[in-house]
Design a protein around this ligand. Structure first.
Ligand SMILES: Nc1ncnc2c1ncn2[C@@H]1O[C@H](COP(=O)(O)OP(=O)(O)OP(=O)(O)O)[C@@H](O)[C@H]1O
Ligand SMILES: O=C(O)C1=C[C@@H](O)[C@@H](O)[C@H](O)C1
Ligand SMILES: [Mg+2]
Length: 166
């Protein structure tokens, strides 16, 4: 059954909006970062510390593969770096619809807890740099894009409408 995959930069609202979207569509909700932590019994920051980003990315692809094979119409909130690997992009586009959530760097920095995002190294300025590096990748990966610079309820409605048009 087709999945809805939410992608976008760290702090763009994938987890928070995904939960609301799932509830509205009466689907189950899966947060990939949370599932990775549950499966490994470790925080993401500890996985990065112990095995570096490479280990985290390996686990991320394994967990995405498992989730993509579930025979349920899920809403899946991905980690911010899911689009970096072609393999992940193929899985998502083959098994569902990929939604890019855009949010201004200013708004992201205003609400993000950088301590839980190892790639930001406690430095909110890094959001801008990483976004610059990934922007194109996010765009080519997605079937639809919406902006989340007003309320989250509005973002949920935009996603539902955008998915109806494709
Ligand atoms: N439109 C919005 N208005 C106010 N707060 C928002 C909005 N969108 C997201 N937030 C807040 O921003 C913070 C980051 O959102 P969230 O954790 O959902 O991001 P994420 O995309 O899942 O990040 P990550 O990739 O790091 O998991 C949360 O505290 C969330 O409540
Ligand atoms: O943007 C990223 O590369 C990441 C975002 C988070 O959701 C986590 O998946 C992890 O911290 C890496
Ligand atoms: Mg999240």
């Amino acid at each position: 059954m087709e999945k809805i995959y939410l992608t976008g930069m760290m702090g763009c609202g994938k987890s928070a909006i995904g939960r609301k979207l799932a509830s509205k569509l009466e689907r189950k909700f899966v947060d990939l970062d949370a599932l990775i932590e549950q499966r490994e019994g470790k925080r993401i920051t500890d996985i990065f510390e112990e095995g570096g980003e490479a280990l985290f990315r390996r686990i991320e692809t394994e967990v995405l593969t498992e989730v993509s094979r579930r025979k349920e119409a899920l809403v899946v909130s991905c980690g911010g770096g899911i689009v970096l690997k072609d393999e992940n992009v193929d899985i998502m586009r083959r098994t569902g619809r990929v939604v890019l959530i855009r949010r201004s760097v200013e708004n992201i920095i205003g609400t993000l807890d950088t301590k839980k995002r190892p790639l930001l190294k406690n430095d909110a300025e890094n959001v801008e740099k990483i976004y610059g590096q990934r922007k194109e990748r996010y765009e080519v990966t997605s079937h639809v894009q919406i902006s989340n610079n007003a309320g989250m309820e509005e973002a949920v409605e935009k996603i539902i409408r955008a998915l109806e048009t494709i």
